[in-house]
Design a protein around this ligand. Structure first.
Ligand code: HEC
Length: 110
C-alpha cells in the first residue's frame, strides 16, 4: 500500500517536473535574446549589420566571438568602443550572447 502511494505521488510529480523545465529554458532564451539586443544598435537587428563599417555578428562561431570579446576585455584586441562594451558583461552572459549569434543564420549577400 505504501509503495503504491509512493508510485502515484511520483507519477503525479513527474509532469510537474517536466513543466517546470520548459519555463526555465524559455527564460534562458529570453535572457540570451535581451543580451544580444544590446548589440543591435551598432551590429544590426539579430547581428545582421550590413555595410562596410559595422561587422555582422549573425552566424559568427561562438568560439570566435568569445575570443574577440576576451581580447577586447584584456585590451589586446584593437578597438574604439568594444573594449568598453566587452567589460560590461560577465563570462556567463557572453556565453549566452555567443551561442545566440552563432545560431542566427547570416544574412544572404545583397
Ligand atoms: C556602440 C556601438 C557598438 C555596440 C553597442 C556593440 N558593438 Fe561590437 N563593435 C563595434 C565597433 C565600432 C567594432 C569595431 C572595433 C572597435 O572599434 O571597437 C565592433 C566590433 C565587434 C566585434 C568584432 C567583429 C569582427 O568580425 O571583427 C565583435 C565580435 C563585437 N563587436 C561584438 C559585440 C557584441 C557581442 C556586442 C553586444 C554585447 C557589441 N559588439 C555591441 C561597435 C559596437
Amino acid at each position: 500500500m505504501k509503495a503504491l502511494a509512493f508510485a502515484s505521488i511520483t507519477a503525479a510529480a513527474l509532469p510537474c517536473a517536466l513543466l517546470a523545465a520548459a519555463p526555465a529554458a524559455a527564460q534562458q532564451d529570453l535572457a540570451a535574446r535581451s543580451l544580444a539586443a544590446t548589440c543591435a544598435n551598432c551590429h544590426g537587428t539579430d547581428g545582421h549589420a550590413r555595410g562596410a563599417v559595422m561587422k555582422p555578428l549573425a552566424g559568427m562561431p561562438a568560439e570566435r566571438l568569445l575570443t574577440l570579446m576576451a581580447g577586447y576585455q584584456r585590451g589586446s584586441e584593437p578597438s574604439t568602443v568594444m573594449q568598453q562594451i566587452a567589460r560590461g558583461y560577465s563570462d556567463a552572459q557572453l556565453r549566452l550572447i555567443a551561442a545566440y549569434f552563432a545560431a542566427v543564420p547570416p544574412a544572404p549577400p545583397r
